[in-house]
Design a protein around this ligand. Sequence first.
Ligand SMILES: NC(=O)c1ccc[n+]([C@@H]2O[C@H](COP(=O)([O-])OP(=O)(O)OC[C@H]3O[C@@H](n4cnc5c(N)ncnc54)[C@H](O)[C@@H]3O)[C@@H](O)[C@H]2O)c1
Length: 276
Amino acid sequence: MALSGSEMGLRYHNRVAVVTGGTKGIGEAIVRLFVKNGANVIFCSKEENAGDLEKELLESGPGTGTYVSCDVTKEDEIRRLIDVTMKTHGRVDCLINNAGWHPPEQRIDDTHAEEFLDLLKLNLIGYFLTAKYALPHLRKTQGNIINISSLVGIIGQKHAIPYVATKGAVTAMTKAMAVDESQYNVRVNSISPGNIWTPLWDELSSHSANPEAMILGGKDAQLLGRMGTAEECAKAALYLAAEGTFCTGIDLLLTGGAELNYANKNQQETRSSIYH
Ligand SMILES: NC(=O)c1ccc[n+]([C@@H]2O[C@H](COP(=O)([O-])OP(=O)(O)OC[C@H]3O[C@@H](n4cnc5c(N)ncnc54)[C@H](O)[C@@H]3O)[C@@H](O)[C@H]2O)c1
């Protein structure tokens, strides 16, 4: 007799997940882990061709991974992403809002309202619209949403006012959505990572005046003395999707203890800042 998904140890067998920004970093790790656990995943990014990742997922299975090009700052493309998911798999069980960006250091005096609005559109409104179009389907499956937020949305960060504001709003929006969607048994949670080593972190540090010092600062910000990995974020997301059935409106701090204990908060202009 054929073994069932759970007998094979698959934690999200035959479930359908949509992952935005799934071609790199945290999003890619989530796509890989969900497919490994039997899910059928639709993942998107703005411009990259994800042919190699799609092929790899097809060979590795046991779930499937399908790439759809979608810029989450564009409402019509988001609508299409959800339409393609429904046409391909006929259901949605989990939406993971992850596509986002952290600009290089920004001081308020040099930051224009347009840049702030563009970041809001990507980091916040993109999450809102993807949820809006996925929710009618998530209500039918009693599914869940996972918003990738950031620790800095709670504790702040130097020279990153727009980014911090977008992430604080994501964490707050998650709770408001959890309240409204509970009547449909749809769970809505966020994960707030601290420093996670990804292509984004790599890019930000390589453009800084002193990449080595920035990376060291990034590691030292955690009690655990290292950055987190994208795979650790993926494990947290899979837990919330598959087993965290009594979690709604929570913000899971995935930070290696970065928010604990006093540290040197004296702001000297010479000290390099760190990215969360
Ligand atoms: N890396 C960290 O330390 C860290 C910490 C806290 C929160 N986060 C958050 O985690 C998420 C992922 O970060 P990462 O470090 O993996 O970044 P990354 O740059 O490595 O990957 C980002 C992904 O988003 C996609 N993307 C960017 N703009 C897009 C758009 N307009 N439409 C569709 N896709 C788009 C990219 O193509 C890529 O696949 C972001 O929301 C980020 O703010 C990251």
